[in-house]
Design a protein around this ligand. Structure first.
Ligand code: SF4
Length: 335
């Protein structure tokens, strides 16, 4: 049996698209298409890719806001499709998600006290109001917020306070696994580092395991132990963070790393490594999904889809010519 805390095996999520006669399904968007990976206890697993690649759909599947079209998801070894009522309640407490828009995930008419204590009652974490308030105050302390924010409404908080508040709400119920979906995208650059340090500190202090979803490679590099790169519903490369950022093998990963802004105005211009836009997920390219943008594409790339395979120990890639673009990486962010 796997000792992963979280596992996805061959997971797919296809969305029907209407438009056919009599409301029939005209096409399917393959948002996630056969994804497998595991997350060990205590790890931060980074999932990176452009918007629309399927990473947020994976988050929704993992918290059961969506059901998979195919495949299996497990948490603590239990199949998420087979949780009974009791196990489901426990799962809802032990797996929490922090969405990218804290303003959108808070009720504008609800005070912060209510926002914090409501889930504690819903999930039966506490028996009475005094215990709920005490727990809410402890969670606020963990994220560095004063208890004075409890009487405020969401619009009365700054962006940074709102972000800390939603982290506190997730932590108040005592989770084991937290999904962070673009946790710094709604705050100013000056606050991003603070939020990331706080999340790293909380992980150590509370013994948490994270799935970190971001399109920002610097954030992913800073936070993650293992990184998976997604493109059009598939994982195209996966390795330890150190290995992936220093020895990337897939041309798409190389393109992403090369697109990180260079902090040196004298540095030479980066070559465009990915051509054009991401193709429509309704009409996927044949063979390798990246071939229409890949400067290294050959005939075989257009005809055969490369499987994700182990290319070096613990380093997986889905490319017919792994390493072909590696020498083009002009800048690697500092550890
Ligand atoms: Fe590029 Fe071919 Fe590799 Fe796809 S399989 S990434 S098209 S070289």
């Amino acid at each position: 049996m796997s000792d992963d805390l979280v596992r996805l095996d061959g997971v797919a999520k296809h969305f029907p698209v209407g438009g056919g006669f009599f409301g029939r399904t005209a096409a399917r968007v393959k948002a996630v298409d056969g994804v497998s990976f595991g997350i060990r206890e205590g790890q931060t697993f980074g999932l990176v890719g452009e918007s629309g690649c399927g990473k947020s759909t994976i988050a929704m599947l993992l918290v059961k806001l969506l059901e998979p079209t195919a495949g299996r998801l497990t948490f603590e070894g239990a199949d998420l499709a087979r949780l009974d009522r009791g196990a489901m309640k426990d799962f809802r407490r032990r797996v929490q998600i922090v969405f990218q828009d804290p303003y959108g995930s808070l009720d504008p008419r609800q005070t912060m006290l209510k926002a914090l204590i409501e889930p504690l009652f819903t999930l039966k974490v506490v028996a009475d109001r005094a215990a709920a308030v005490a727990r809410a105050e402890r969670a606020l302390e963990m994220v560095g917020l004063d208890r004075e924010v409890l009487k405020r409404l969401p619009h009365e908080l700054s962006g940074g306070q709102r972000q800390r508040l939603v982290v506190a709400r997730a932590l108040a119920v005592g989770p084991r696994f937290v999904i962070l979906d673009e946790p710094t995208s709604s705050v100013d650059v000056s606050l991003q580092a603070q939020i990331l340090s706080l999340l790293a500190e909380l992980k150590r202090g509370q013994g948490l395991t994270y799935l970190l979803i971001s399109h920002n490679l610097v954030v992913i590099r800073y936070m993650s132990d293992v990184v998976a790169v997604m493109y059009l519903g598939k994982i195209v490369e996966m390795a330890s963070s150190e290995e992936l950022f220093t020895r990337p093998l897939h041309p798409y990963t190389v393109a992403l790393i090369s697109a990180i802004p260079v902090p040196d105005p004298e540095a030479s211009t980066i070559a465009a490594l990915a051509k054009g836009d991401v193709p429509s997920p309704v009409n996927l390219p044949s063979g390798c999904r990246y071939h229409s943008r890949c400067p290294y594409a050959q005939t075989v790339c257009r005809e055969q889809e490369p499987p994700l395979r182990e290319l070096r120990a613990g380093h997986y890639g889905a490319c017919h010519f792994p390493g072909v673009a590696a020498s083009a990486v002009p800048y690697r962010p500092e550890s």
